[in-house]
Design a protein around this ligand. Structure first.
Ligand SMILES: [Zn+2]
Length: 404
């Protein structure tokens, strides 16, 4: 069925097999990586078909075929695995959820949205972001003797390759380019920009990608620093505030989905027992953190949003082995409907990084690792959604620090 509608061409395609709501959501979100010509993809309520909106004039059979190959790959990623809840917090504040938080934060001048998945913030938003980071950091220090670290924002592509990132999330990588080191080419670039109205980018063939990327997962840069080491104790914890970069395409929106965000990270490295024990002890700490900010929160079984063609088996493995938990908090979507967003994740890596980076545990075996990442801006969004803008609805200790 092809129909012309508001300047775009609509095409309905049939699913190779019916998909459930969870997979339908994933398909709609991930469809931004199908083709620059595809404006949107909406899965029908029965999960049997999808409507493609293709930019007018750019309509090609090629986009439809690409979209079909994409849904064929995604449809195999059945969800349906059992979701277990490992920890819960219920907020005391009984006021309603605040709608339009992103817009209101901008109106008040507390958040500035650059419109490309990046934000600046100040005032109460900055104070809240710092407080979340500080309290999480203090909990980690107190309970896990976590040592502070600092890591760069760029990461070598070799490292990402080693960590399996290009194999799992090729769509989200961000590459750093430089003008090639050629006198004439650099001069051409300089001269073009010396009196131009807008920025003139170097020609594609004049941009050199030397294998540097923006770091897309807070903990990756930690592992190379442990290369070839043998741990002296059962294990140790390292914690820091990391800057993370993920290309979200046109899914980027407000504080919910940023191309660039902050993560309070903690990494555990040690024997299998050490890492399992720390993960177990971390769950009540997540509850304590949610209680401090008085937020509805659940920690549940989850899987990574892998790229479409990554085997369904990987997702299944993640869910059944319970190697990934998400810290979910309810917020409101653009229509005012409650949705849960992942404000962090608790991950067990098994021996994956220990093997890749030749890290030996105290017991002589390959070191195990695990990590917890807290997405600071999402915690901020959840807090303003769940308590609104009246300071009296916020927990006392937090209220003074944030609105002070
Ligand atoms: Zn991590």
């Amino acid at each position: 069925m092809n129909t012309m509608q508001g300047g775009a061409v609509s095409v309905r395609i049939d699913m190779p097999m019916a998909v459930d709501m969870q997979v339908a959501d994933d398909i709609e979100r991930e469809s931004v990586f199908v083709s620059p010509k595809l404006k949107s993809m909406r899965v029908s309520a029965d999960g049997m078909s999808a409507v493609l909106e293709i930019c007018d004039g750019l309509y090609t059979q090629e986009v439809v075929e690409k979209a079909y190959r994409f849904v064929a790959a995604m449809a195999k990623q059945r969800s349906g695995f059992e979701i277990k809840t490992f920890a819960t917090n219920v907020r005391q504040d009984d006021g309603p959820f605040q709608s339009g938080v992103n817009e209101e934060l901008m109106r008040r001048g507390w958040v500035y949205d650059y419109g490309k998945g990046q934000v600046a913030y100040n005032g109460p938003v900055l104070r809240l972001a710092r407080l979340i980071n500080e309290i999480a950091g203090n909990l980690y220090e107190k309970h896990f003797d976590a040592v502070d670290g600092h890591f760069p924002g760029f990461i070598d592509a070799e490292m990402l390759h080693k960590c399996g990132y290009f194999d799992n999330h090729p769509n989200q990588a961000t590459f750093v380019g430089n003008v090639v080191g050629d006198f004439d080419i650099i001069e051409e670039f300089r001269a073009a920009n010396s009196c131009s109205e807008g920025a003139i980018m170097p020609k594609a063939e004049h941009l050199h990608h030397g294998g540097m990327c923006m770091n897309p997962a807070a903990c990756f840069p930690a592992y190379p620093t442990l290369q070839g080491k043998r741990l002296e104790n059962a294990g140790f914890a390292l914690s820091w505030l990391g800057r993370v970069f993920r290309h979200e395409g046109r899914n980027a929106s407000g504080l919910d989905r940023l191309n660039e965000f902050n993560v309070r990270e903690i990494v555990f490295v040690g024997t299998g027992d050490y890492v399992a024990d720390r993960r177990r002890r971390a769950l009540p700490l997540m509850v304590e953190l949610a209680k401090t900010f008085d937020l509805d929160m659940e920690v549940q079984t989850a899987t990574d949003p892998f790229f479409a063609t990554v085997s369904a088996a990987k997702k299944f493995y993640q869910s059944t082995q319970e190697v990934k938990n998400e810290i979910l908090m309810p917020v409101l979507d653009g229509k005012g409907v409650t949705k849960k967003i992942a404000c962090g994740s608790v991950n067990l890596h098994g021996r994956f990084f220990g093997e890749k980076f030749d890290i030996t545990a105290h017991d002589g075996g390959v070191a195990h690792s695990g990590c917890i990442g807290l997405g600071i801006e999402r915690w901020v969004l959840a807090a303003f959604t769940q308590h609104g803008f009246d300071p009296m609805r916020w927990p006392v200790g937090v209220r003074d620090r944030v609105f002070g």
